[in-house]
Structure formats: C-alpha cells, structure tokens
Ligand binder design. Structure first.
Ligand code: BMP
Length: 262
C-alpha cells in the first residue's frame, strides 16, 4: 500500500518527472504542506509566498484573482520557488472540451503551462479534457491532478463520478499524477497517486460559505491523504503567516511520520 511507503520510496517508483521531483522535495524539506495564497495583489502574493516559502512543498495559486497580474509576477514567483525550494500548483480547475482547455492552458494572459508545475481539472467534460491538457503539458514535463472530490458542502463529485475519475487517472497516469480528494481510494496494482486535500484548518470548522475544514492529522493519518492544502488558516485576519505555516508543517509532518511508522 502506498500510504505506508515514504514519499521518497514512492518518488523512486514514479515515471512522471514532476511527481518524482515533488515527492523527493517533500521528503527533503520535511513538508507536506501546500499553502493556498488567495490574495488579490501582486505585492501581497509575493510577500506571502516569501513568508511561507520555507515551510511548504507547494504554493497553490489562483492566478486569475490577482488584480495587477503580469508576467513579472510569474518571474518573481518562480524565483521564490527556487529560493525556498517549493513547486507551484495553479488551481485552475479546467472544465471545458479538449480543444478549449488546450488553449486556456497554453495561451491567453496567464500562459499557465509555461510556469505552473502542476494544474488540475474537473472530469465533467469527459476524457477529452485530459487529452487536451496532456498534449500541452506532457512535452513540458508538467503534471496534473483530477478533482475526484471537493471539500465543500453539497458537492456533486462523489460516488460513480469519483470512481470514473480514478479510472481516467489510471488510463493517463503518465500525466495525471493524483487527485484533489478527501481520502485515499482503494488501490490497484501499480497505483502511485498523490492525494491532496483542501479544507484543512486547526482552529475553525467552517467559513459560513460551504467550506468544511478538517484537522491535518485526520487528513494525513486517518484519511491517508498526502498533502494538506491550507489557505485562510495560514494567512487569515490577525494571523502571522510564517508562524502558522510552521505550525501546519509540523502538524502535517508529524501525522505523516505516524502513518509510515505504523
Ligand atoms: P481555505 O483553506 O482558505 O478554505 O482555502 C482552500 C483553498 O483550496 C482555496 O484556494 C480553494 O479554491 C481550494 N479548494 C477547496 O477549498 N476545496 C476543494 O474541493 C478544491 C479546492 O481547490
């Protein structure tokens, strides 16, 4: 079972270069924390990335919420990724037909494929969405996650939908390296998926808009996920982002150590 293997052991079994490097990075940095930097100015985003950088394995962006976006932001973010040794995940949640997502991934204002190590997509449109994104991302050695479940109350991503999503990930496992999911799924021979779980918080349970936060220990140890994604728990009002990132890094890593040493 891959849940009991270390990130490093699993990196050795991975064929996708980004997934391989990411699992190595997690072990090297002792971090399974991804911080979701949902702020709306370039300065705030860079400041936050620099503060949490030492504690994270992955910076998760919503690049389209930044009011003053330009390619200089991307240059500075990638420089911070080098400085602090983290990867970048653009949480784009593609959801259109193959031909359209190809254009959205490669072109337009954001040119996501040119800088994001990892991006993600919904399976609503069917298999073509993976084929389109893969055509752009595979030659650049990028990796993708599928949204198999969501953290929000009332999500329709469940049951058959989730099962079908997992099957599609198996079919394209050279590019689809894991899931946004609320738990680890039953494994088949050869599976080596990376599970990332948003909706993680140490201090609060919900935000009054459908978000549901779980404790890092529950996510990593009980539910077998690999990466905790934390947003407002780190940078919310009155919080010290570096101190909070350190706190979540420790909580996530302790739960991982407990899991692999069980
Ligand atoms: P927060 O910890 O502040 O609730 O932020 C969670 C982040 O994870 C947001 O960026 C949100 O878009 C993302 N997310 C989520 O909350 N639930 C999902 O199911 C999928 C997500 O990408």
């Amino acid at each position: 079972m891959s849940a009991s293997k270390t990130y490093l052991e699993r990196s050795k079994l991975h064929a996708n270069p980004t997934a391989k490097a990411f699992l190595e990075l997690m072990e090297r940095k002792k971090s399974n924390l991804s911080v979701a930097v949902d702020v709306t100015s370039k300065a705030a985003l860079l400041d936050l990335a620099d503060k949490v950088g030492p504690y994270i394995c992955l910076l998760k962006t919503h690049i389209d919420v930044v009011d003053d976006f330009d390619m200089d932001l991307v240059e500075k973010l990638t420089a911070l990724a080098k400085k602090h040794d983290f990867m970048i995940f653009e949480d784009r949640k593609f959801a259109d037909i193959g031909n359209t997502v190809k254009l959205q991934y490669s072109s337009g204002v954001y040119k996501i494929a040119s800088w994001a190590d990892i991006t993600n997509a919904h399976m609503v449109p069917g298999e073509g969405i993976i084929q389109g994104l893969r055509e752009v991302g595979k030659p650049l050695n990028r990796a993708m996650l599928l949204l198999a479940e969501m953290s929000s109350a009332g999500t329709l991503a469940k049951g058959d939908y989730t099962e079908h999503t997992v099957e599609m990930a198996r079919k394209y496992s050279d590019f689809v390296v894991g899931f946004i999911a609320m738990q680890r799924y039953a494994e088949k021979e050869g599976d080596n998926f990376i599970y990332m779980t948003p909706g993680v918080g140490l201090d609060q349970k919900s935000d009054g808009m459908g978000q549901q936060w779980k404790h890092p220990r529950e996510v990593i140890l009980d539910r077998g996920s690999d990466v905790i994604i934390v947003g407002r728990g780190v940078y919310g009002a009155g919080r010290d982002p570096a101190a909070e990132a350190k706190r979540y890094q420790e909580a996530g890593w302790d739960a991982y150590l407990e899991r692999v040493h069980q």
